[in-house]
Design a protein around this ligand. Structure first.
Ligand SMILES: [Zn+2]
Length: 462
């Protein structure tokens, strides 16, 4: 696609800097960004050579969302079983459903809907867990290809401590994974890649984990798994593998690489943070499921301070919503709760406990621009895709959302000029539109979605 957008633009240039242009432009050639800036800097020949769209005053462009952790097969379970803790939830709801994907017709029905739903919610890149079944996992890669979504797709591997109706033999798991890798690579789709996906340490033997890291090295692939989500899980891992820390299990099996992303990391110990930093391994923060399954409050500031890359995930269906907007809102909620606990020492008794403890007095909760960073550039960085997507830097693919804050569930009013003059002094007009969308918008405000310059969602009501 060649195109020129004129109007408001916002994107994270870095973790702490949200760059906005009220009267800006983004120029695209062959699906890649060739220019961005203020309208005053627009090269005149772009106006003559590119088809032009002028955004309305209630619209702006935002980079597409990067969902670093989503279980596509669990989508039919959204909203179910969230009164249970992790390990019970897996046995009662998750494993029975995932085992049903031996049926490829069922897989097609669900995966078509998951890709459609996530695109409609603004997810331009998703790192998907599928199931143990290679054939239905390939259907997910087909659906992402068909609908134009950027994706990592992982055939899940588990050969241990799993229900007898949903478990693999080691040799079968490795053979099927290699077949799956080649099948996805043979799609010849630069947007869709296979990803090595051991479910988590508890459901894999060291032999399987070692075999999977060999495959990751052989094919140069990214890796995804889970770590330190829940205290019971951590104790079980240490006990079974006879290790001091959870991370050592993945370190010993060569899975801790700079192209590896581990979901959760809620309870990582200080020594483990050093290992993540040493290997360049990332964390997928999943605030929605961490709250819903009562796993804990992951402190993103602590991970950042240790030099660890962090992205954001919906973690469907431990997370109850496929929309990254909900993950953004929950990332802010978790950070605000941490701030309350750390600074105010209030735990529901109405009394301030430890009033003389000032150890966290400088703690800063995340702001909306940080949550947007996690959902865009931070996620792309965590998945080693930041040279391709995540913001509107020149040379990257145009993965973008056209957002309209005049659509439901938001309402626009003719605010008296005196109000705007006072409040815009602290926040510009585009910043305010971004805030409204992130805190109070939903998929109805995302009227168009573009991936690598191709339009994949169009709300014809605009
Ligand atoms: Zn997960």
């Amino acid at each position: 696609m060649d195109h020129l957008f004129l109007g408001s633009v916002a994107h994270c240039e870095s973790r702490d800097y949200l760059e906005t242009f009220e009267n800006g432009f983004v120029a695209i050639e062959k699906g890649k960004i060739i220019g961005i800036g203020d309208r005053s800097a627009l090269p005149p020949d772009y106006l003559n050579s590119l088809p032009v769209t002028t955004l309305s005053p209630s619209q702006f462009l935002l980079p597409g969302f990067v969902d670093c952790h989503i279980h596509a097969p669990q989508y039919p379970n959204i909203g179910l079983g969230l009164d249970l803790p992790l390990l019970k939830w897996l046995d009662t709801y998750t494993f029975p459903l995932e085992s049903a994907y031996s049926n490829t017709d069922f897989a097609k029905q669900v995966y078509e809907a998951v890709v459609r739903r996530t695109i409609n919610c603004g997810t331009t890149m998703a790192s998907y867990f599928a199931t143990n079944h290679k054939d239905s996992s390939l259907i997910l890669a087909y659906e992402a290809t068909k609908q134009g979504q950027r994706a990592f797709v992982g055939k899940v591997c588990s050969n241990n401590a799993s229900p007898d109706y949903y478990i693999e033999k080691t040799a079968d798991s490795l053979r099927d994974t290699e077949t799956f890798i080649n099948d996805v690579l043979n799609l010849n789709n630069p947007l869709v890649r296979p990803i090595i996906t051991p479910r988590f340490a508890l459901s894999c033997t060291s032999e399987l984990l070692n075999g999977l890291s060999d495959l990751a090295a052989k094919y140069g692939l990214n890796i995804q798994s889970h770590i330190s989500e829940n205290c019971g899980e951590i104790e079980a891992v240490k006990d079974i593998f006879k290790k001091e820390t959870y991370t050592e299990v993945y370190e010993d099996t060569k899975l801790m690489t700079s192209k590896c992303i581990m979901a959760h990391g809620v309870h990582l110990e200080d020594e483990e943070l050093q290992l993540f930093k040493k290997y360049g391994t990332s964390v997928a923060h999943c605030p929605t499921s961490n709250i819903k399954l009562r796993s804990g409050l992951c402190d993103v500031r602590r991970l950042w301070n240790a030099g660890i890359k962090v992205g954001l995930g919906t973690d469907v269906s431990g997370g109850h919503n496929a929309s990254m907007l909900v993950a953004i809102q929950d990332a802010l909620n978790v950070s605000h709760c941490l701030n309350i606990f750390k600074k105010q020492h209030i735990f529901g008794s109405g009394r301030i406990q430890n009033p003389n403890d000032n150890s966290n007095k400088n703690y800063e909760p995340l702001e909306y621009k940080h949550a947007l960073y996690l959902a865009t550039l931070g996620g792309a960085h965590a998945l080693s895709l930041d040279s391709v997507c995540g913001n509107f830097a020149v040379g990257k693919d145009f993965d973008a959302l056209l957002v309209d804050i005049s659509k439901a569930p938001l309402d626009l009013f003719d605010i008296p000029a005196s109000v705007n003059e006072k409040s815009i002094a602290s926040h510009g007009r585009v910043d305010k539109m971004v805030q409204k969308f992130l805190y109070a918008g939903d998929d109805r405000n995302i009227v168009k979605v573009f991936i690598a310059g191709k339009q994949v969602k169009n709300d014809h009501s605009i």
